[in-house]
Design a protein around this ligand. Structure first.
Ligand code: APR
Length: 230
């Protein structure tokens, strides 16, 4: 049976690229009220403020560079004989810019725009505002194509299929605080996969993993990838 590796990533893999995490000491949710900037209700109340929040994150992302952890995962995808699929909770494009090609964005992406009126999708402008007319229906209802709290994550059927058929599951840089992603380790384990957590601090679901590699992603991820490619 060829090795099939599913890798879940969270904000921690992009922390050393200068992009903030959410729940660490200086995390985004310590500076912003997620109800105001990461819910459909918050967007309906004040779309301009939500656009300011995501325009700033889009600018930060454009200035950031992929780090050694992103590069190591791209190398694993390229050099590993079996299948490698990255399922990311992140909305940045650092996996792709590091060379990864099989990346599933379950929480959407800053690079996408979505029409709240007709669900049309198109590449996001650097600076987005609600008044931008939808290219398809012309309604001024433009929003970031990201998944907010209370909305259904993207590509879940495909993700469930990967988890049911993987032989190895790794979670990198995620606190295990948000479902359904936090439950992926149990699904992979139930499918008989070997499970590994690579994280700066133990996540809320660390006890569900067979193996842990504690430390900063730019150190532990290249070491872990090297151990698989030996
Ligand atoms: N290397 C490895 N892990 C790190 C590093 C690092 N340099 N820095 C931080 N971490 C770890 C932290 O220990 C923490 O466990 O990354 C994790 C970040 O956790 P969160 O801030 O909760 O981010 P994440 O798990 O991605 O959040 C999940 O919550 O708010 C929603 O949609 C948002 O996708 C996000 C989801």
């Amino acid at each position: 049976m060829t090795d099939k590796i599913v890798i879940l990533t969270g904000a921690g893999i992009s922390a050393e690229s200068g992009l903030g995490t959410f729940r660490d000491e200086d995390g985004l949710w310590t500076r912003y009220d997620l109800e105001e900037v990461a819910t459909p209700e918050g967007f309906a109340r004040n779309p301009g403020f939500v656009h300011e929040f995501y325009n700033a994150r889009r600018a930060n992302c454009a200035r950031a560079e992929p780090n050694a952890a992103h590069a190591a995962l791209a190398r694993l995808e390229r050099d590993h004989p079996g299948e490698v699929v990255i399922v990311t909770q992140n909305v940045d494009d650092l996996h792709e810019r590091a060379g990864a090609t099989r990346v599933i964005h379950m929480h959407g992406a800053l690079s996408g725009a979505l029409c709240a009126a007709c669900d049309h999708r198109w590449p996001a402008p650097h600076v987005m505002q609600t008044a931008d007319p939808c290219p398809a229906c012309a309604t001024p209802a433009t929003r970031p194509d990201v998944v907010w709290f209370g909305e259904i994550p993207y590509h879940m059927d495909e993700i469930m299929n990967h988890l049911a058929t993987c032989t190895r599951f790794a979670a990198i840089g995620t606190s295990g605080e948000v479902y359904p992603a936090a439950g992926f380790v149990q699904l992979a384990s139930d499918a008989g996969a070997h499970t590994v957590e690579l994280n700066l601090d133990p996540s809320s679901v660390v006890s569900s993993f067979s193996e842990t590699w504690p430390g900063p992603a730019t150190q532990v991820v290249p070491d872990w990838v090297a151990s698989l490619l030996r």
